[in-house]
Design a binder for this molecule. Sequence first.
Ligand code: ADP
Ligand code: ASP
Ligand code: MG
Length: 815
Amino acid sequence: MKVLKFGGSSVKSSERIQRVTQIVKESVYKQKVVVVVSAVGGVTDLLLQTAHTAAKGNDDYLNSLKKIENIHLDIIRSLIPIKSQSAVLGQVKKMLNQLESILEGVYLIHELTHKTTDRIVSFGELLSSFIIAEGMKSTDINVVRKNAQELIVTDANFGNATVAFEATNTKIRQYFDTESADVVLVPGFVSATEQGEVSTLGRGGSDYTAAILAAALDVSALEIWTDVSGMYTANPNLVKQAFPIQTISYQEAMELSHFGAKVLYPPTIQPVLEKEIPICIKNTFAPSEDGTIISKVSKNNNPIKGISHIENMCIATLEGSGMIGIPGFSNRLFEALFLHKINVSLITQASSEHSICFSINTYDAEKAKKVVDTAFEHEITQHKVKPLLVENDNAIIALVGDNMKNHQGISGKMFSTLGKNNVNIRAIAQGASEKNISAVIAHKDIKKALNSLHNTFFENQTKQLNLFVVGVGNVGGKLIEQIAQQHRYLLENLQLNIRIVGMANSRKMLINDDGIDLNTWQQQLKKSTVDFSLEAFHSKVTELNLQNSIFVDNTANETVSSVYEQFLKESVAVVTCNKIACSSDYTNYKNLKRLSKKYNAPFLFETNVGAGLPIINTLNNLIDSGDRVQKIQAVLSGSLNFIFNNFNTDAAFYDVVKQAGAEGYTEPDPRIDLSGVDVARKILILARESGHQMELSDIKNNSFLGPKGQEADSIDDFYETLKTEPAHYNQLFENANSVGERLKYVAEFKEGKANVSLQSVAADHPFYNLDGSDNIVLFFTDRYPQQPLIVKGAGAGADVTASGLFADIIRIGNN
Ligand code: ADP
Ligand code: ASP
Ligand code: MG
């Protein structure tokens, strides 16, 4: 004999019930079966809601009742053949009338006891089991329905009754001794007291009903049919990479379910464990998949079987100097909680005995505070103990595995993973049996904690980076292209899974928690109906709270750079080619660097100087290894280099500047390049990264622009001045050309001072032969005093800038 239990989602519609019937038919070929069913998915919640509405004296309860009625009548109409429909409808209406009378009573007296609640919710399973049995009869299955209230006896603790096993087992065996039907269909969840009053086994209790029957009848297997293919390594709704555990021990399954794996109601294991009846968790919607087998020993050697979590927990602390060295405090504390049926999930006590910290469900928080403060009233008035401190919005996460005790370093790995992902741990508990290590964390961190732990313990060490990209034009577009092209390579060779979860241009934004499909991102962004605002984008990043989140700024926008501070504080890394932040006030720059360290969130801006060239990284390596910068000389403007390389007697200055703009070598506002501000910002950043405190205003800037050019207050006016002052620019060229020299825009930092200026360089100077838009930096340091360390190469253009950003992103991944 076998027991098959089908949960609410498996019997949610007539099509689903037909699937269930098919599964039962296949089992009944071989042996007799007991089928346990839950209420139709969602009905228990609806019944509770209706009862509470009625208890408030709100006649809206009649609408909810109507909804419940329709759900069942709809199923009957499409499940039961016409000829027997009216009989079934008649019976069901009779049950619904009973329900209505009870609800009316609740409505009239404004009172809802636990006992009445049990009566009301029991209708869910009573209705579903009746309808499903009638549906099966119409397919020629030899089925009888047996009400579990006649089989399962409990105490009168309504809402969460305790089973009286002796009486229950006797009743079950007696009944089945004489029952000859192939299939006995039983409603889950419902039970009765010895006096015959309706009780229930707690939310999710149909699993327990099935286990009680399985143990009493000593069947060969208990199958729990649900909407997922087994017990997963973590809640599959929160961890996309989670997968079904093939085999797991009773103890492990019990720990996982106690710590929130809803797929199995925690008490379910107890009855079958003694008889060593295997439990198989199967998917009603994918019956051919293996599912999970829960038995005495697990064949799987992985020390960690799964990660689970409980939401809605609070952390409570009883603290006071009066507790030290005095025995009996914890006894009194937990006795008070026990007497008021407050369940404690986790306890920690420091060896100083100065405080005891424990975790309870938020639902019990208020009661716990009252109870504990009353129990310690005397000590509180004498200031020996402080009133109980209760903090909400927490959760417990737990690593579970029988074999953890034989492996060292698991808790170390667990806590360092959480630490690296900036998940703050409030309390830790590990039983001496080492089947479970649990920690209390903030509710907002659940998803990040589960995913990063899953990544560490189950995922071949692939690291997921979650990018939020602002600016998808020239540079941003190229970056996305490069990421799409390299995705597979990085996954296979560096175990990096780079996903773009959010992107935005100045008008719209696009967010996809599963990662945006990079083959069609343009169309998707175009179609997006969400307007871009920096606040909305930022809140989305915070709300998703994904592991290894990176904000990528491809703009030149000051407002965008003002949000870095908030990101870093939330442990979101920042990668940017926008120079504004690093060249703003020194205090702001320093603050961002400080936040980056404090919150363990990288802040990388290699592309601020020399696009993709490794200039800042080289400088950082020199400084970190103890070198000292004496002097930096550099040509840092790809735009100005392009302009002065192309400007000569045949090409007017105006035309060359226009061309540089058209080819994307200048900033959108060319004055930023031609005034020297852009280069000043770059040398400022290099000076700061060399360890010097300096402001932009400290950098001497001798403008080469004509008098009108220096004063132009719009982009158009500025271009106009280039046309009206050609002689000024021609003269600059002539002065250099006549002595065989070339014009280069040079930045210099030396002895704490920096300047930028247009210089005429001779043929033997390293800058003389700098082509196109190339950049060059000469680092003169203690280790390179005469022959400088030189970095040279293409220093402008969307492609190289994107690859510099990409390199920063990969650097974060490799860290
Ligand atoms: P049923 O209605 O069949 O009793 P439940 O909703 O009670 O189903 O339990 C199945 C659900 O449990 C899954 O849909 C999933 O969302 C949730 N769940 C939480 N943790 C886990 C886990 N570790 N493995 C599988 N499912 C889990
Ligand atoms: N119907 C009950 C509930 O929703 C019992 C169950 O489905 O297991 O909690
Ligand atoms: Mg369930």
